[in-house]
Ligand binder design. Structure first.
Ligand code: SAH
Length: 253
């Protein structure tokens, strides 16, 4: 079950933090480390700081973007040092760990960590179902990346040991994966544009709200297919209308 829990580090600048994160994970029984565009990896500094967790570094996958690291995931949580102005569902570390452990019984889940200097971007946060924040000193709230990994990894192990995965299986519910949701959001954006409802470059807030709505709904595969069918039908009708409109001048001549 713990193998289904991925810790994803996005654009880590310091290879030492990657090694320290691997060590933090291994002490808590976690082994799936995914790296998105690390600045320097593999690196001697990462190996040195892993001190005994080099096996995690050896199998760590490197991805060109966040989507690659999330392929197959049914649940994505973003960890954030700051609570953002964009209102997104939030979890504290314990609830985050309980949710990850419960859902990992049914498929891959991910906890995403941001860059040392700037954290996660808004568009990366919008790929997440929840944000998780470690409560800290209000005047000094940003943990070192590997320290944040350690806090969450500890909570995941506690949730696992407390039997958080028992009785969690829900029959017949195959939730849409992260890549299926991204495909849907692309289709939705395109359709809204074609229908003249919204210009994607002008409607970031609208798209964010729609993402929040559908992420909250957690559609399964069939439901997502229905939604995409509706979008395709709307696109087709738009085409038909356009065709009818185009046909009109010649009809009248
Ligand atoms: N200056 C950055 C801090 C990044 S720290 C910012 O303000 O966003 C690097 C990463 O460690 C963060 O992106 C987050 O994933 C994790 N992290 C650090 N402190 C955290 C906290 N208090 N709660 C949750 N995650 C934290």
């Amino acid at each position: 079950m713990l193998d289904n829990i991925r810790f994803v580090l996005v654009e880590t600048s310091h290879p030492g933090n990657i090694g320290a994160a691997a060590r933090a994970m291994k002490t808590m029984g976690l082994g799936r480390l995914e790296l998105v565009r690390p600045k320097l990896f593999p690196a001697a500094e990462a190996t040195a700081r892993a001190s005994g967790a080099e096996d995690l570094l050896e199998v760590a996958q490197v991805h060109p973007d966040l989507f690659g690291a999330l392929v197959g995931c049914r649940l994505v949580v973003g960890s954030s040092a700051r609570l953002r102005s964009v209102h997104w569902p939030e979890l504290d570390p314990r609830a985050c760990a309980e949710t990850l452990v419960r859902e990992a019984v049914q498929g891959p889940v991910a906890l995403v960590f941001g860059r040392e200097r700037t954290g996660l971007s808004n568009s990366e946060l919008q790929c997440c179902h929840y944000l998780a924040h470690i409560p800290t000193n209000p005047g000094f709230g940003s943990l070192n990346l590997a320290a944040a990994v350690q806090v969450f990894a500890y909570e995941v192990l506690q949730a696992h040991l407390a039997g958080g995965s028992e009785g969690a299986v829900v029959e017949g519910q195959e939730l849409a994966t992260a890549e299926a949701m991204e495909g849907f959001y692309g289709h939705l954006t395109e359709t809204l544009f074609e229908l003249g409802f919204a210009d994607p470059s002008q409607s970031k807030k609208l798209l964010r709200r729609l993402r929040r709505l559908f992420n909250r709904a957690r559609p399964d595969r069939n439901e997502l297919n229905i939604l995409r069918g509706i979008l395709s039908a709307a696109q087709g009708r738009k085409l038909h209308r356009r065709e009818r409109w185009r046909a009109r001048p010649s009809e009248s001549s």
